[in-house]
Design a protein around this ligand. Sequence first.
Ligand SMILES: Nc1ncnc2c1ncn2[C@@H]1O[C@H](COP(=O)(O)OP(=O)(O)OP(=O)(O)O)[C@@H](O)[C@H]1O
Ligand SMILES: [Mg+2]
Length: 378
Amino acid sequence: MKKIMLLGSGELGRELTISLKRLGCTVVACDRYENAPAMQVADQALVFDMLDAEHLRAHVKSVDPDLVVPEIEAINTQVLLELEAERTIVPSARAVDLTMNRDRIRDRAAELGLPTAKYQYAENLDELLQGYREMNLRAVVKPVMSSSGKGQSTIEAGDEAGARAAWHHGVENMRGDRPKVIIEEFIDFDYEITLLTLRQKNAETVFCPVIRHEQVDGDFKRSEQGTFDMGALEAQAQNMARQITDDLQGYGLFGVEFFVRGQEVIFSELSPRPHDTGLLTLYTQNLSEFDLHARAILHLPISDITLLRPGACHTINAEQASDSYTIENIAKVEAIPQVEAMHFNKPSAYPNRRLGIVFAPDAPTAELARSHITITYS
Ligand SMILES: Nc1ncnc2c1ncn2[C@@H]1O[C@H](COP(=O)(O)OP(=O)(O)OP(=O)(O)O)[C@@H](O)[C@H]1O
Ligand SMILES: [Mg+2]
């Protein structure tokens, strides 16, 4: 029986824990707060700051896991690089380290020749203003260390006041203590996708049917799968995903994000782990992205990935902060044929925190189901 140390215990970690436990693993779920979703289903829970090198090192030593499985970005990746000499980091310490910061993975993608938006970096306000003037484009400014759209702004060309505000917004909402932002050409894409890419030890890389998603202020709100066809562009995205995941090495599932504009497929970023837009695979596929990640990291064969039905989902996000809250009308949602609600059981709410999701056969039904949900705070 393998012992897994899961670093990050959110809703994605909870589903991964369930998949791993079904395969006979013991899971120690870690996060910085108590009673996180994965801790509710794991064998053991540990609460500590995973960015803290000392704590992380000490806990890995005392748990002594077969596999260390990062589930979030905010982890001390230096420690993972050190530890890799003696134990397995999933998918590889290098993959986790390179993707923790946007700049490193973006530079690597560009070195590999993948098409990306034009970009520059800035480490202070003057550099940002200079880079932004040179680019002279509608631009997106993002901290190099952040996720879920935190610290992200879109500014028009020539809007110096907007650029200054974007610097401050980025720096105030970044992780870590080294201010750095990416200034990126705004891509007026037709749609954006995640290609769930599975790198395996004893077999070729395989892909899930592509997922199309919509983000609001850089945060995922809706996704769908099996409801549309990208035609020949899907193979283009697959080739790029194979190229970059081969470069990162290691075994497991990666969420590779692309923008699609006309006939262009443009690399955006990637997660070396299950992706939030792929929660939908719990509803649509024979093996969900969590089942697939679990199998790939345990080196179990995956004989096929089948889309059992098309689907769409819509997240349920909190509107305000509260120590306690209730998601209302789950019964009304469940009464709609083929609709399923999922509650993440997070202990408290804060603005925009993802508390649950609804799954449905298509996007309008997912939207309708979501509209029935209300959250009460007490
Ligand atoms: N250059 C761009 N042009 C147009 N839209 C963009 C650009 N960069 C980001 N976005 C929008 O913002 C979303 C979030 O950006 P990105 O994936 O880079 O950030 P993130 O904060 O790392 O998100 P997550 O970690 O949740 O995936 C994208 O999915 C896209 O909708
Ligand atoms: Mg993203």
